[in-house]
Design a protein around this ligand. Structure first.
Ligand SMILES: Nc1ncnc2c1ncn2[C@@H]1O[C@H](COP(=O)(O)OP(=O)(O)OP(=O)(O)O)[C@@H](O)[C@H]1O
Ligand SMILES: [Mg+2]
Length: 445
């Protein structure tokens, strides 16, 4: 649970990004899709998106290298937006590979297999319509009573001509929750498995809620239940889990994280290859984005190197803000702390420091995204901070500064709010400097 929250926060800082902001010739516009400047890197990323969509990048690697706060993670997020929802994009920090739950290499291979999609096409009996009712019956999770999970749910679907209600069990209800199915969505549910595919928001719902990004689709006509072609995307990891837990107690609650046997994976690979040969499925190699690459150790790098040579490998994007660093687990110093044999095979995209104007524009975009207004003096002050300390720190100060504005009963962030926020929150370099001095003092005692 905690880890999920972390991920949400990490994406939160990039919620203003809608894409790479390129024109049809793959040239970066000055400001577009929430992105500002950093044109070379954006254009390079645009070429990579092309190659991925054409299936020409599988198993290849990319390194985003540049100083802190120069938009490496932002560009990775933009790539995921450009790829669309069917191509898997998995974002992890290298620190997440180290856990008590499983071996680090197991965590890495699971992340890699989550990043490979299989699009399956089948003639199925489906339920199709607009969601006009969805009620969950929540109970405490038997494995973790502080958490609630749905025991069952009632779903009401409507077409232009018919309305029907269905009750579904725990597993399907969990699936609805994880897919974020909401009132106003037009969905198709595979009747047998409960698998959901969201087509978009109904025209009616859009008028009512004015929801941003979802596609708007007409409400279907005819019967709710019908036979039709159903397309859905599973990841190799979904296949692995389904095969591994067949008949086990985990099938009740969707499992948790646990290790999967290699035989299971081999069987899944065979199964998927068969589906592809029979023309019933198509492989969608996606992206595994590994942030904070310097936390990977030599063993993980070696394992990753081997894994990318397999037929079914995702493209890997690494991000690093280190220059030369020790490869973790060794005494060898290498560029970005990455072993040379791997480095040789990576396409490298560098990001550069922003100009003052660019920093200001990014901060203004963030303010709009957060729905806050800010005075000229306050934005200038934040821009100073972004220039002198880091952009990331300046972006992060917006939220507390806004809280201080609210305390003054003002709807507008003023200079004093920024100053107050900056005086109590530290930048990483400040906090590490402080700890260093503190350590030295302790050693001197
Ligand atoms: N070119 C840009 N256009 C718009 N927003 C940007 C741009 N570059 C960065 N940002 C925003 O600025 C903040 C800091 O950037 P980001 O976290 O992507 O930097 P980073 O290079 O990944 O830094 P680090 O090395 O510390 O991980 C984020 O909120 C990000 O969305
Ligand atoms: Mg980053």
């Amino acid at each position: 649970m905690i880890r999920e929250l972390g991920r949400f926060e990490r994406i939160g800082a990039h919620s203003h990004i809608r894409g790479l902001g390129l024109d049809e010739n793959l040239r970066a516009k000055d400001v577009a899709d929430g992105l500002v400047g950093q044109k070379k890197a954006r254009e390079a990323a645009g070429v990579i998106v092309r190659l991925i969509k054409e299936g020409k990048m599988a198993g290849r690697g990319i390194l985003l290298a540049g100083p802190p706060g120069t938009g490496k993670t932002a560009i990775a997020v933009a790539i995921s937006k450009e790829l669309g929802k069917d191509v898997p994009f998995v974002q992890v920090s290298a620190s997440e590979f180290y856990s008590a739950e499983m071996k680090k290499t197991e965590a890495l291979i699971q992340a890699m297999r989550k990043a490979i999609g299989v699009r399956i096409r089948e003639q199925r009996v489906v339920l199709e319509g607009e969601v006009v009712g969805l009620d969950y019956n929540m109970i405490p999770n038997p494995y973790n009573p502080t958490q609630k999970i749905p025991e069952s749910a009632t779903l009401t679907l409507a077409t232009k001509d018919e309305k029907r209600s269905f009750s579904v069990g725990s597993r399907v209800a969990m699936y609805f929750l994880s897919q974020n199915v909401e009132i106003g969505d037009v969905i198709i549910v595979d009747k047998e498995t409960g698998r959901v595919s969201k087509l978009g928001k109904s025209e009616k719902a859009r008028k009512k809620f004015d929801i941003g990004e979802d596609e708007v689709v007409p409400v279907p006509s005819g019967k709710v239940e019908k036979e039709r072609e159903f397309t859905y995307v599973l990841t190799l990891h979904d296949f692995d889990e389904a095969n591994a837990r067949r008949g086990s107690i985990f099938s009740l609650f969707g499992g948790g994280s646990r290790e999967i046997d290699n035989e299971v994976r081999q069987a899944v690979d065979e199964q998927v290859k068969r589906l592809i040969e029979e023309g019933r499925a198509e492989l969608l190699p996606g992206v595994l984005f590994i942030d904070e690459t310097h936390l990977m150790d030599i063993e993980l790098f070696a394992f990753m190197n081997r894994a990318t040579e397999s037929e079914m490998a995702p493209i890997i994007i690494l991000a690093s803000n280190r220059g030369f660093a020790k490869i973790r687990g060794t005494d060898i110093v290498a560029p970005h702390g990455i072993p040379l044999d791997l480095l040789d095979r990576l396409l490298i995209i560098t990001t550069e420091q922003y100009s003052r104007d660019e920093i200001k524009t990014i901060l203004e975009i963030r303010a709009v995204e957060m729905g806050v207004t800010i005075s000229d003096e306050a934005i200038e002050k934040l821009t100073d901070i972004g220039e002198k300390m880091s952009l990331r720190y300046a972006v992060q100060l917006l939220a507390p500064a806004n809280e201080f504005a609210k305390l003054r009963n003002s709807g507008k962030i003023e200079l004093q709010d920024v100053e107050r926020a900056a005086s109590i929150f530290s930048d990483v370099s400040q906090s590490s400097e402080y700890l260093k001095r503190w350590e030295e003092k302790m050693l001197g005692m």
